[in-house]
Every structure is written in C-alpha cells, then in structure tokens.
Design a binder for this molecule. Structure first.
Ligand code: ACO
Length: 157
C-alpha cells in the first residue's frame, strides 16, 4: 500500500473511488479546483497496481464569521470496502491535518457527516477528536441531517 499526496493526474481515479463509496459525487470541476488550489492537503492510498483505494479531498476556506482566519475542510473521505478497518482513513486524515497545520496554520478543521453514518462518526469523534459543532437539518440531497463537526486547534478566548 502506498500513501501519498494526491495530484491533479489522480483525479479520475479518485472520482472512481468516490463513486463506489459515497452518494455525494462532486463534479470533476470541483475535484480539479481543490487539487490545483490546495495541492498540499489532499492524499490518497493506492494498491500495487496504482488503483486508488482511499482518498481524502480537502480544502482551505475562510471562517464564516472571521474571514481573515483560515479553516481546513474535509470535503470527502472514503476507502474501498475491501480495504476498510485497516487504519487507512485515519492515516489519510492525520496526513491532511498535519498539512493543514504546517501549510496554512488553520484555526480548526471542519467537516459534515450523515447522522446515520456510524463508521465515519466514530472515526471522527473517537479516533480523531472531532466534536459536534451543530446539527444541520436536511443538509443532504435526500433530506438527511448532518452533523457539522470540528477539530479545534486554536480555542477562541
Ligand atoms: N463501525 C464502527 N466504527 C468504525 C467503522 C465501522 N464500520 N469503521 C471505522 N470505524 C472507526 C473505528 O473507531 C476505527 O478504529 P478501530 O478499527 O480501531 O476500531 C476507526 O474508525 C478507524 O478506522 P479506519 O480503518 O481508519 O477507517 P476505514 O479506513 O475503514 O475508513 C470510512 C472509514 C472512511 C468511514 C469508510 O468506512 C468508508 O469509506 N465509508 C464509506 C464512505 C464514507 O462514509 N465516508 C465518510 C463520509 S463524511 C466525509 O466525507 C467528510
């Protein structure tokens, strides 16, 4: 297994992995924009044949309330079914977190997760220290609620 930074040339393979794992499927323009604008914060895992088996696609955005502050966003994370429970998602998340801190000095890291997604929720809360920031009613296209979760790096005084 090889884990490395994602590059624009990987986008089609990352999209394939995303299509197999998640109903939230972004347009290629979105993948390309993120990969070109913030190339340092997205990572992938590939098998020996070069197939993408997991990825984390991240970006850096301004804070909604204090736009001069930088926030790390986890836009999409997934691992192919046959490669789950091997620690890949956790490793990808930790790499992205380190890159967000080193390159952008982010205040916190933000993500959304479906209320019913027990696997991802326990990864974020129990293994990575994210906390529920708020519940967002009907956030997803099918009407399911999301937990907006944050990993705070610089607590506001
Ligand atoms: N049930 C309960 N807890 C789980 C599960 C599960 N099925 N899977 C992972 N976890 C938790 C456990 O605490 C686990 O630690 P443990 O194995 O020591 O018990 C911890 O997460 C770390 O697991 P990893 O092996 O790193 O996670 P994995 O590589 O299997 O990937 C993921 C987890 C990404 C949620 C995977 O199941 C997946 O791709 N699911 C479908 C796509 C998805 O839901 N993506 C997240 C959407 S939210 C977003 O993208 C911002």
């Amino acid at each position: 297994m090889n884990i490395r930074r994602a590059e624009p040339k990987d986008l089609t393979n990352i999209q394939q992995c995303n299509l197999q794992n998640l109903p939230e499927n972004y347009h290629m323009r979105f993948w390309a924009y993120s990969a070109i604008t913030w190339p340092e914060v997205s990572f992938l895992a590939e098998d020996s044949s070069g197939r993408v088996v997991g990825y984390v696609l991240s970006s850096i955005e301004p804070d909604e309330e204090f736009p001069w502050l930088q926030v790390g966003h986890i836009n999409s994370l997934s691992v192919l079914r046959t490669y789950r429970r091997l620690g890949l998602a956790k490793r990808l998340m930790l790499l992205s977190k380190k890159a967000m801190i080193d390159s952008h000095d982010v205040e916190y890291i933000q993500l959304h997760v479906r209320k019913s997604n027990r696997a991802a929720f326990s990864l974020y809360s129990e293994k990575l220290g994210f906390q529920i920031h708020r519940k967002e009613i009907g956030y997803y296209g099918d009407g399911e609620d999301a937990y907006s979760m944050r990993y705070i790096l610089k607590p506001r005084s």
